[in-house]
Design a binder for this molecule. Structure first.
Ligand SMILES: Nc1ncnc2c1ncn2[C@@H]1O[C@H](COP(=O)(O)OP(=O)(O)OP(=O)(O)O)[C@@H](O)[C@H]1O
Ligand SMILES: [Mg+2]
Length: 271
């Protein structure tokens, strides 16, 4: 059984993510901080270790001009497993935060540890390698190749991770089964509905069994009912021990987080 199968073998109809009593943090001028323990992740093979993501004294300033202090100093620990929602007004710093979490960007100051490993001082090659092994991404605008088949789109993620052809094929098939798209595996991606395309994108994000699935507005292009189906899939994944992080403008979705991060004017708070 592969790690992906182990993680996703028993999704169960019920959500089993324990509620986290997250301390709210930060006075208006104090650095924000959050130290969270969501308890046992419930995943079958996810060790009960420290936080999967740990930010210390992080800031991000875009030099400009004009200079933009997109994230003010914050500390934050994200435990393994569960649904983490990140909400806040447009321009508050959500995508900036997600880029730090996904090792797509480096903080201007401070450190970001992934599974206990400090990442800011790593070379770009090592960060890319770590990202490829540990993190999957899902974006609002699916970013699929419309003329390629669903399977080819998902397999591409395995290619980037250096998997051989057979492994790519197996992983794509598994991931498509997880999102309920096995019957559409040979369709061209561009022929699918928006909700189905986002499920393909989630499957692509799952290739390689990441510890973290980072989603920027995954329901932003979908109607309410279709978006709800996507959220159900993400919650199921979160219940298996993957840490699913969802940036959203939708207050209903934000409220479903076991951990709720809120960003306002560059200040990171945990609810
Ligand atoms: N590459 C960049 N260079 C300069 N400023 C940037 C850059 N990226 C973002 N910003 C600025 O940083 C701030 C935070 O932007 P960010 O994209 O993180 O917001 P957001 O919360 O994701 O907004 P939205 O909800 O609209 O996606 C904004 O003021 C934005 O203009
Ligand atoms: Mg954004």
């Amino acid at each position: 059984m592969t790690r992906l199968e182990e993680l996703l073998g028993e999704p169960g109809p019920e959500l089993s993510v324990p509620a986290a009593d997250a301390p709210s943090s930060g006075g208006s001028d104090a650095p924000s901080s959050g130290s969270l323990d969501a308890g046992s992740s419930g995943g079958p093979d996810v060790p009960d270790t420290g936080p999967v993501l740990s930010f210390r004294g992080c800031t991000r300033t875009y030099p400009g001009p004009p200079r933009v202090r997109a994230l003010l100093p914050f500390d934050l620990d994200i435990p393994a497993g569960g649904l983490v929602t990140v909400a806040g007004p447009s321009g508050s710093g959500k995508s900036t935060w997600l880029s730090l979490a996904g090792l797509l960007d480096r903080p201007t100051s401070g450190t970001v540890a992934l599974d206990g490993q400090e990442t800011t001082t790593l070379s770009e090659i090592d960060r890319t390698d770590l990202r490829g092994r540990m993190i999957g991404f899902v974006f609002q605008a699916f970013h699929l190749m419309p003329l390629r088949t669903v399977t080819e789109n998902v397999e591409l993620a395995g290619l980037y991770q250096g998997m051989d052809r057979a492994t790519r094929r197996d992983q794509a098939a598994e991931a498509l089964a997880v999102v309920g798209l096995t019957p559409r595996a040979m369709a061209r991606a561009g022929q699918l509905s928006g909700g189905e395309q986002q499920r393909v994108a989630i499957a692509r994000g799952l290739v390689g069994a990441p510890r973290l699935l980072l989603c920027d507005e995954p329901t932003g292009n979908l109607d309410t009912a279709t978006g709800a189906g996507i959220v159900t899939i993400l919650e199921r994944l979160a219940a298996t021990g993957i840490t699913v992080v969802v940036v959203t403008h939708d207050p209903d979705l934000a409220a479903r987080g076991t951990i709720r991060v809120e960003i306002r004017d560059g200040r990171v708070h945990v609810r």
